[in-house]
Ligand binder design. Sequence first.
Ligand SMILES: N[C@@H](CCC(=O)N[C@@H](CS)C(=O)NCC(=O)O)C(=O)O
Length: 213
Amino acid sequence: MKLFWTPASPFTRKVAVAAREVGLWDAIEIAPTTWTLDWGYRTTAFTAGLAEANPVARIPTLVTDGGAALGCSTLACQHLDSLSGGKLTPPDPWPMWSLYAIADGLLEAHILMRAEHLRPEPMRMESFLDKQRDRINRCFDHIEAHADDLRTGAEGGPPNLAEITVGVAAGYQDWRDWLDDFRPGRPKLAAWYAEFAKRPSMRATEPKDTPEA
Ligand SMILES: N[C@@H](CCC(=O)N[C@@H](CS)C(=O)NCC(=O)O)C(=O)O
């Protein structure tokens, strides 16, 4: 497998954490990815091979051993789950997917805000940033209300895909200085994340800045 990757992308971190949790990280060739962006976030050049494999030209793009380019973190995680024999999804997966979709939508709000912060400050739209902040707060409130579903380690196996996505979202929120601390008013999530962040898969994938993502 080949993974187009940057160390800043939370969607890519999700895939990297999932791969490490099921022992498949070493089966993946990493393709460090860069873009050339103009001030308005238009992409003017891509890392070789990315746009050819996936014309959407976003990361993560996971190219399977069979040559299929999976240009979406959810599909890439499902592929890893399938290779692991289902270690990342519970037998009744739908409550997990419900929480997953909320944490994933939270990550989308993060990335929309990131794109806005790449513009020169006078060109940023505060109302757009506020809309994303409101969405992020609603999602974290929902996760706090359902924090009893975050059961990482309770059965001794790897975390499920919702837990991985919540952990990555909390980690991104901590990392960017233009995002607020998610902990006030959310003690269960705060306590859960304090433990989750210690996992080797999370420590090995801590985000690092790049100009693009
Ligand atoms: N829904 C997609 C989102 C992927 C995404 O937004 N990737 C960002 C980096 S975190 C990207 O490639 N941005 C570059 C661009 O849009 O040009 C997924 O789950 O993979």
